[in-house]
Design a protein around this ligand. Structure first.
Ligand code: PRX
Length: 662
């Protein structure tokens, strides 16, 4: 087998792993930002020294003298006596360096409107917004909730909040009023920034009405004093006098002078909620100096960024961690030029993404395996109609990328030669942790391969002992890293229990992993009750609690079943209430009703693919639901060991009920 550029080395196959590796081609390697393999061992000799060097790439108003303070594990402090302003690092310093005319954002709206914003313009807008927020009462230490579409004002708002030393809590625009309210309450946000709506799938997707609904829940009284509304779609919205303000009306009063002040490196930068194993989402807290250091270093090195010439595009929504770290903070701290696209990939046709790449000459492209698999289904003839020759690095994130998707991505989007960096990380890690370096790594399709310089991660058995090559276990991070989660907002105990109880002062990621014979890491998915649907993290417990809120449901069990496109799909099993069954002889259509109900409770991303109404759930003698057996049913597999069930007959009853529905 030969490749267009570069050779494929033959390799022994283990346990279904692929046989080939793809070394960097000589031309790429020669120009790469990182092409000396000694970076790994040098960083390993002195990881703190490595990160301290990286941190000096930022502009500090007060230089740090301390690097890591791990005297009170698991509560880490990085660069704690240093001070900086995150927003200045993403904006003003580039302008001061004479890069004001460089485009920061090529914005592409879904309906086709486009605008390019330079670093000078973005800095000006952020300063004005910071002045506006100050007059609305935002000060250091406050929390501001954002419920926004993918538009430049979202980036401007985040940077304006950061500029004031306040923390943002961005809530993905697909979340329901209930979910939004829970996050506002938990963070005690006093200001919400939203838009009338955004464009999705050629339609207006309203946002402000959901904010209104959220604030009206639970009798109204919330911590929110003001709601600032960006006009985007001009859909009808109701503005509550005294509370709601139009951004475009308010902003006219503010000019672009704003002297930013430095804040301690450990000043909270943002809270981002993510799903855990219980029903209540966790508010992951990230702080300033360490976070900005690691997101900017990894963004430069893993994508081989050349800010003068590259055009970068990460397709993630800003409502997720990938959007925070690799749309906002990493690229802007590096002075990169990037594309931000508002809408969905199939609007108006499946050619939209490729058309955008052609239009802007995108050279670094970062997306999720689920999207690649959707494009594979549509067929290569669509991307092949566009000129994608500007692409030189491809990235993948969110779930393991299957080798078929990897090869298609490289061949069809990367002209058979672009390196693919498969980046493993999490909301909690804040930045990439395990990923190839494209000028050095001999790539293996499906493997994230090696911890990045300065990161020490490995695979351990259940007792915490490292496993040997060729063996599987749990992914563990052995040393603190700069962008790590500092705590779960308002819940230090839960923080300790979730990540640190299992292995002492080492971080338990919740992922299964194995080392191959070469010592490369393969991520195998979650080992807890967290599902990964289209690269989005969902909690089985959260969906189960939503289902039992429904008047028909007595009990429910949710599993993540393997799905060829979305990675996993949500499948729910529900037992109905006696009272409901007495009143309703016919339960036809209830499954659809329950799907929609979950969508309303949590958000459309959580809507189950299937809801099965069953008479009973499989339980052990101690009453624990055996989700593993339900997963077998949902995946159409042979049912595993049922010997610990209280009633071994229950599985055949459930299977009959499910097959009747299929
Ligand atoms: O299971 C891992 C999977 O996504 C989880 C983290 O989800 P979230 O916090 O939403 O962040 C997603 C974007 C960083 C992980 O625990 N995951 C993420 N990237 C990969 C991955 N699994 C395998 N390979 C990856 N590259």
């Amino acid at each position: 087998m030969t490749e267009q550029n570069g050779t494929i080395e033959s390799h022994p196959v283990h346990h279904g792993e692929v046989a080939e590796t793809y070394p960097p081609n000589a031309e790429f390697k020669a120009q790469a930002r990182v092409n000396d393999p000694s970076v790994y061992w040098r960083a390993a000799q002195d990881p703190e020294g490595y990160w301290a060097d990286e941190a000096t790439n930022l502009q500090w108003t007060k230089p740090f003298t301390e690097i890591l303070d791990w005297s009170n594990p698991p509560f880490a402090k990085w660069f704690a006596d240093g001070e900086l302003n995150v927003s200045v690092n993403c904006l003003d310093r580039h302008v001061a360096a004479g890069l004001g005319d460089r485009v920061a954002i090529h914005f592409e709206g879904e309906p086709g409107d486009a605008r390019s914003i330079t670093y000078a313009e973005l800095t000006h807008e952020v300063k004005r917004a910071a002045n506006m927020l100050t007059s609305l009462g935002v000060t250091a230490g406050d929390r501001v909730a954002l419920y926004m579409p993918m538009i430049p004002e979202t980036v401007i708002s985040m940077l304006a909040v950061a500029r004031l030393g306040a923390a943002h809590s961005v809530v993905f625009g697909g979340f329901s009023a209930e979910s939004l309210r829970a996050r506002i309450d938990d963070a005690e946000a006093e200001l919400v920034i939203t838009a009338d709506g955004g464009y999705r799938k050629s339609r207006v997707s309203a946002l402000k009405p959901t904010v209104d609904d959220a604030l009206a829940l639970h009798g109204g009284g919330s911590t929110v004093q003001k709601v600032l509304v960006v006009e985007r779609t001009k859909n009808d919205v109701t503005m509550e006098p005294g509370r709601d303000l139009w951004w475009h009306e308010e902003i006219t009063a503010y000019d672009g002078d704003h002297e930013a002040q430095g804040f301690p490196a450990e000043n909270p930068l943002f809270i981002l909620y993510t799903s855990g194993t219980t029903g209540k989402p966790k508010g992951i807290l990230h702080t300033s100096g360490g976070y900005l250091t690691q997101v900017s270093t990894t963004h430069r090195n893993v994508f081989d960024l050349k800010p003068e010439t590259d055009v970068y595009w990460c397709t993630a929504d800003i409502g997720w961690i990938t959007g925070h770290s690799y749309v906002v903070y990493g690229p802007l701290a590096n002075g990169a030029t990037q594309v931000i696209y508002e809408g969905t990939p199939e609007t108006p046709t499946w050619g939209r993404w490729w058309e955008i790449i052609q239009k802007y000459g995108v050279s670094i492209f970062y997306t999720a395996p689920t999207a690649i698999r959707s494009f594979m289904k549509i067929g290569r003839q669509v991307p092949e109609q566009y000129d994608l020759s500007s692409i030189r690095v491809l990235g993948s994130v969110g779930e393991p990328i299957n080798p078929e998707a990897w090869r298609w991505y490289r061949e069809v989007i990367g002209a058979g030669s672009a390196p693919i960096v498969d980046t493993w990380w999490q909301t909690e890690t804040g930045a990439m942790m395990i990923a190839p370096l494209p000028g050095l790594t001999h790539l293996k399709p499906g493997s994230a391969q090696a911890p990045l310089p300065g990161i020490s991660a490995t695979v351990a058995d259940d007792d915490g002992n490292p496993v040997s090559n060729g063996q599987g276990g749990l992914l563990v991070v052995q040393r603190p890293w700069p962008a790590m989660v500092r705590t779960i907002w308002g819940d230090d105990e839960r923080f300790k229990e979730t990540y640190w109880e299992k292995f002492g002062d080492r971080y338990f990621a919740g992922d299964g992993a194995r080392l191959d014979e070469d010592g490369d890491l393969w991520l195998l998915g979650r080992v807890d009750d967290v599902m990964n649907v289209s690269g989005h993290r969902l909690s089985t417990a959260e969906i189960e609690s939503a289902l039992i809120e429904n008047h028909a449901v007595a009990e429910s069990a949710v599993v993540g079943a393997d799905d060829p496109t979305t990675g996993q799909a949500v499948v729910a099993f529900c037992v109905l209430k006696e009272s409901y069954l007495t009143d309703h002889v016919n339960t036809e259509g209830l499954d659809q009703e329950l799907r929609v109900f979950v969508g309303k409770q949590i958000g459309a991303i959580a809507r189950p693919r299937n809801v099965y109404i069953v008479a009973e759930l499989p339980k052990t003698r101690s009453g624990k639901i055996m989700r593993r057996l339900l997963k077998d049913i949902a995946e159409g597999k042979e049912i595993g060991d049922t010997s610990t069930l209280a009633d071994t007959m229950v599985m055949s009853t459930i299977q009959d009920q499910v097959i009747g529905k299929k």
